[in-house]
Design a protein around this ligand. Structure first.
Ligand SMILES: [Zn+2]
Length: 429
């Protein structure tokens, strides 16, 4: 065995020694990827787990050893700068660029798609020959162009992304947005949370002081560092004394309550983005024109002119028209039972007879018709009778069934327990 080894060319011996050393170092020093995860599947204490090495992943021919001795230059693409101009500015020949883009279709695509602000790293060997170009795409992906025997080739280096849980909670004092920001949620997460409960809670008008929420969410971890947020895994929202729970279902990608009923329902509670709504409505105010106090048969959302108005549910537009009282208005029939009406629009973007989807923009908020100021007047009719859209009982949502339901409920319980545990941990801190 040793004599065979000794007879190999020195470069082979060197490589074998090098990679043996790498493997030994990897075995002893690299952190176990599982340590970074704290999912439901905890490892058992005292049990042995084999550490498998995927030899195919160790691309020995491509692990360009000389990379270590490259001299690197970093360049940022300037506004209006093409690859040709960039190469000229940093003293690289047009011939080299030509060689690059003709080597590989992907290289051509990447180099013709450079944008201002893109940062490219150029690696040169001791003869000042370009060996490698790299561009970071994200915290865990790097695009790489490497010189090979037959020109250049490209690849994407991906680091493994792991997930861990984090938790946020808040009690609302002034408004939902501020409370959520104070609890450390990002703008995306706040919208996600409002989206999850948007069929049960009108975030524009129904949020009250002392409402509260708890959120269990994923964090993305690369090489032990948190690089971003993942999705919300479980959440609870207490609104005016009612508590709603939502748990993510891995299988369908949807949210369900603790009994497996879909969070998504036939009607949105609010046809306007809550962030745009500026004031609550006083049901006892005098009519702005007649001066009489009369029972108000709808809900008014005050928001800036031009705010998009959404269809509360799937349906067919039965009216898209104008008159002096309603201004521009749209009526939608959702079934034989349900009709929704949207009044005083600035613009209508649907036609009579048109099919619309829940959440589709049907127009923009305005102040047309008999109004004193811009707002959306929204009505919800059940069998021809006006109901308060914020409190009306809505049709049952679809439930999970059979095995999917069993699996979901078991997972949901674990996730809700996690949510509770984090809450208690925070409370005792
Ligand atoms: Zn009104």
């Amino acid at each position: 065995m040793l004599s065979i080894f000794a007879r190999l060319p020195w470069i082979h011996r060197a490589l074998i020694a090098f990679f043996s050393a790498v493997i030994v170092i990897a075995l002893f020093f690299l952190p176990d990827a599982n340590e970074l995860r704290n999912t439901e599947n905890q490892l058992e204490v005292g049990r042995h787990y084999p550490l498998t090495i995927n030899m195919e992943a160790l691309d020995i021919t491509n692990t360009a050893v000389p990379v270590a001795v490259l001299r690197w230059e970093k360049h940022t693409v300037k506004s209006g700068e093409s690859a040709a101009l960039l190469f000229k500015r940093i003293g690289l020949s047009p011939r080299l660029l030509h060689q690059l883009v003709t080597s590989d279709k992907e290289i051509e695509k990447q180099l013709t798609r450079l944008r201002p602000g893109d940062v490219l790293s150029f690696g040169f060997d001791e003869n000042s020959d370009l060996i490698q170009i790299t561009r970071k795409i994200s915290a865990f992906e790097t695009y790489k162009i490497t010189r090979s025997d037959s020109g250049f080739s490209s690849s994407i280096d991906k680091k493994e992304v792991n997930y861990q849980y984090n938790y946020a909670e808040a009690s609302i004092t002034s408004n939902f947005w501020n409370a959520a920001v104070g609890a450390g949620l990002t703008a995306n997460q706040i919208m996600e949370l409002a989206g999850i409960f948007g069929w049960d809670i009108d975030f524009a008008l129904d949020i009250r002081s002392n409402d509260s929420f708890r959120v269990l969410y994923q964090e993305k971890v690369v090489e032990g560092e948190v690089i971003g947020r993942g999705r919300i895994i479980a959440a609870m929202f207490t609104n005016q004394g009612d508590t709603f729970k939502a748990i993510y279902d891995d299988k369908s990608g949807n949210y369900y309550d603790q009994d497996g009923r879909a969070m998504k329902k036939a009607f949105l509670r609010s046809p306007v983005d809550f962030r745009r709504v500026t004031s609550n409505f006083n049901p006892n105010r005098r009519h702005p024109v007649t001066g009489k106090v009369r029972a108000h048969r709808g809900t008014d959302y005050a928001a800036p002119v031009g705010t998009p108005i959404w269809a509360a549910g799937d349906g067919i537009v039965t009216k898209s028209s104008y008159n002096q009282f309603n201004g521009n208005y749209v009526f939608i029939k959702h079934s034989n039972t349900y009709i929704t009406k949207y009044l005083h629009l600035k613009r209508r973007s649907v036609k009579q007879g048109q099919r619309v989807k829940q959440g589709q923009t049907i127009g923009t908020l305005g102040g047309t018709g008999r109004v004193t100021g811009p707002h959306l007047h929204y009505e919800f009719l059940v069998n021809g009778v006006h109901k308060n859209p914020r409190t009306v009982k809505l049709p049952q949502s679809k439930s999970l069934t059979g095995k999917a339901k069993q699996t979901f409920i078991a997972n949901a319980k674990i996730r809700l327990d996690n949510l509770e545990r984090y809450g208690q941990l925070l409370a005792t801190r």
